[in-house]
Write a protein that binds this ligand. Structure first.
Ligand code: HSE
Length: 430
């Protein structure tokens, strides 16, 4: 009988607890699938969680994760601590230096240090598994790297943050404003007390950077200038989008664009009939377009103890079974730098909503500003309103480059009757 794969787990929060329970509960299934047992040989956390007392009885305990990565008698170290640069990174580096494979759910660390960690792993013939870092329980890394290995990947777009999708879903269904929906997400434990990473698009940008690397075979590269969150999405824009046949979703989008690569995260209007528009609440979705396979749609839970544990254990099973793939799909030396296109180079349609004073010539001056910017109007309407109130004016454009759209918006912002900064949301037809 082959020796068990010995695993040390650092971080016993929601995901760590899920991993330990899954390993215990599915131990027979896992043994049959990888031909050997997976054995928990060490854990590290600040405090032992009381609800894991039975599972952790007799398992050596380390107060310090880096010490565990160095000293535990483990083949694999699982990093579930989080944080891009601190103890999580030191722990992974230490584990690799000591000849131990690493499995991590840490997208922030990979977005900043993924290529360097992959290089360390590769130079020692070790695995760096990160299925759990992107879209929780959706096996998107394996799908891209192994299942679609024969394809040139043309595009990936997806809902990569469940918190934002939950907030936008509640806003749409109940007409809530952003702050009220966020407060509910926090009360239910979906959003952190500091929700910045989620609602400002940073978490989705981390995941998109990892996906772009695997899809296009480049070093992991964050593009912070191409990231916008959902703080400025309002209930009224969700309502008008619906009237026009669209839903508003926070999407990560990466695609080949000539010699450059688009890599951007921002709210989008997507046609109601597209599959991604129907993905609601905390669910994630990833749509991959390959040149031979065409379109692949993956939907599932992007967070939570059980789905994320499912992804972590998938990596452990691969290591136990001796299956190994290059971290980002190709050897580190063969990664080709990905040059990201700036947002200003985007070409597409736009939704614009203005609040204007209802007076003679206001619509003509808005239309004139768009014409001066070289932007062609597709739809244009002024909503009903009471006399004396600000009037919502909503329009969509034909495809135009973002630099022209911005020029037109600057002109519109400077018009006397325009009473608030214009709201612009990109339309993605898919
Ligand atoms: N906070 C993330 C989300 C899950 O809301 O989708 C972990 O990446």
């Amino acid at each position: 009988m082959t020796e068990p794969l010995k695993v040390a787990v650092a971080g016993l929060g929601t995901v760590g607890g899920g991993v330990i329970r899954l390993l215990r509960q599915q131990s027979d299934l896992i043994r049959r699938r990888c031909g050997r047992a997976i054995e928990l040989v060490a854990v590290s956390a600040l405090e032992p969680p009381p609800d894991l007392a039975a599972e952790l009885a007799g398992v050596p305990w380390f107060g310090d994760a880096v010490t565990m990565a160095q000293d535990a008698a483990a083949d694999v170290v699982v990093e579930l601590i989080g944080g891009a640069h601190g103890v999580a990174l030191r722990m992974c580096e230490t584990a690799l230096e000591h000849g131990r494979h690493v499995v991590t759910a840490n997208k922030a660390m990979l977005a900043h240090h993924g290529t360097a960690l992959a290089e360390r792993a590769e130079s020692r013939g070790l695995s760096l598994g990160f299925e759990a870092a992107v879209a929780g329980g959706i096996p998107v890394i394996k799908a891209l790297r192994e299942g679609l290995a024969g394809n040139r990947i043309l595009e990936i777009h997806g809902i990569l943050n469940g918190t934002c999708n939950y907030i936008l879903s509640r806003m749409r269904r109940e007409g809530l404003e952003f702050e009220a929906a966020l407060a509910d997400a926090q009360r239910l434990g979906y959003a952190e007390a500091d929700p910045t990473f989620d609602i400002d698009g940073i978490d989705a940008a981390h995941k998109l950077a990892i996906l772009a690397s695997v899809a296009f075979g480049g070093p992991v590269r964050l593009v912070p200038d191409n990231v916008e969150g959902i703080r400025h999405v309002t209930a009224i824009d969700i309502k008008y989008a619906e009237q026009l046949g669209y839903r508003i979703k926070l999407l990560g989008i990466t695609r080949r664009s000539g010699a450059l690569f688009e890599q951007r995260v921002h709210p989008c209007l997507v046609p109601i009939e597209t599959p991604i528009a129907a993905v609601e609440d905390v669910f994630n979705a990833v749509i991959i377009v390959g040149d031979f396979v065409d379109r692949v749609v993956l939907v599932g839970r992007g967070a939570g103890a059980n789905p994320t544990a499912s992804a972590v254990v998938a990596d452990l099973v691969d290591i136990a079974a001796g299956r190994h793939a290059p971290t980002f799909g190709v050897a580190v030396a063969d990664l080709d730098p990905i040059e990201p296109a700036p947002l200003s180079a985007r070409v597409g349609a736009y939704y614009v909503r203005l609040m204007v004073r209802d007076e003679v010539g206001v619509l003509a001056s808005v239309a004139g500003a768009l014409a001066a910017g070289g932007v062609s109007i597709a739809q244009f309407f002024q909503d009903r309103h009471d006399p004396g109130e600000k009037v919502p004016v909503v329009l969509t454009t034909h495809a135009t480059d973002e630099a022209s759209m911005r020029r037109a918006l600057d002109l519109i912002t400077g018009l006397g009757p325009v009473m608030e900064p214009p709201r612009l949301i990109r339309i993605e037809p898919f």
